[in-house]
Design a protein. Structure first.
Length: 299
């Protein structure tokens, strides 16, 4: 028997001093109400209610059981209300996993979110690998690479392409590549966690083409490669959002602009679509609006 239901029925009978009145209040049959109370008494081995043809009253044990039941039911109601509030009002801790290149892009959103919802703490972990969301206790991940786990929900936030670029001093010394084959004569800075491996991908009249790379610097940090490119060490195949300011200021110069590069998407990834908590739902919506309104590099 459902003990919570049994407690609810017993409390209603005790408060109404009537099985029939309790049945009407609970929209149950009187026989069902009577059966539940009898099962409680049989399980406990004690009489909880004194019954007469006109009146129902609690025994001493009934009073003690009633007090405990009302306290337990109130705590259950409180727990359910707290859970519902978490769904409707952002609070608690939002555990976020992000790819290494993501934090600079979302810093304004993080600041806006924590200012608007002071009852939420945001705990961000940056990793090159895609974490196990459920097993590792994350509410949300922001990743660029495709996610093979079909049980996860993916919402695309924005897309971007790449730009091959180098410092003016490097290009003055090594020359400007005009064709994809010219990259063989250049020092190419390699992102070790790239989904394309040791190739840069371009679209030509003959379809997509991967260009093999050679270079003396390899890193799993896009920012480290950007700094190397700024220092004149070589050419970088950079996400546009990473070098937009450098290109605008002339610190880096785009090359091979006649060739379209591959496109990737920044995704919000989370375990469940149903009953998504308010803190996750609102944070994702803020991210989508931010990228829509401010991402001039987005395609």
């Amino acid at each position: 028997m459902d003990r919570v239901l049994g407690m609810t029925i017993f409390v209603k009978v005790a408060e109404n001093s009537s099985f029939a009145a309790a049945a009407r209040a609970l929209n149950m049959s009187a026989s069902t109400v009577t059966l539940h109370v009898q099962e409680i008494e049989e399980r406990l081995g004690v009489r909880l209610l004194n019954r007469t043809t006109r009146h129902v009253s609690m025994t001493e044990a009934g009073h003690a059981y009633y007090d405990s039941c009302t306290r337990i039911l109130a705590e259950i109601d409180s727990a359910e209300q707290a859970a519902q509030e978490l769904q409707s009002k952002p609070r608690g801790t939002l555990r976020l996993n992000a790819a290494t290149m993501i934090p600079p892009l979302i810093a304004p959103v993080v600041a806006d979110f924590t200012a608007q919802y002071p009852e939420v703490s945001l705990d961000m972990t940056v990793t090159a690998r895609m974490v196990e969301l459920v097993e590792e206790g994350f509410d949300l991940a922001l990743r660029v690479n495709p996610v093979p786990d079909s049980s996860l929900i993916t919402r695309g936030l924005t897309s971007f392409r790449f730009t091959v670029c180098g410092a003016p001093g490097y290009l003055a010394q090594r020359g400007i590549p005009l064709e994809l084959d010219d990259l063989a004569a250049h020092n190419c800075l390699i992102y070790s966690d790239s989904p394309f491996g040791k190739e840069w991908r371009f679209f030509t009249e003959d379809g997509e083409r991967g260009v093999p790379l050679s270079g003396n610097f390899r890193a799993n940090s896009a920012e480290a490669l950007r700094l190397a490119a700024l220092a004149g060490q070589g050419l970088m195949h950079a996400p546009r959002f990473l070098v937009a300011d450098d290109l605008a200021a002339g610190r880096l110069v785009p090359v091979l602009t006649g060739f379209q590069t591959a496109e990737l998407t920044i995704n919000a990834i989370y375990p469940h679509r149903r009953h998504l908590s308010a803190k996750v739902r609102i944070f994702i919506d803020l991210l989508a609006r931010h990228f829509r309104e401010t991402a001039s590099w987005s395609d």
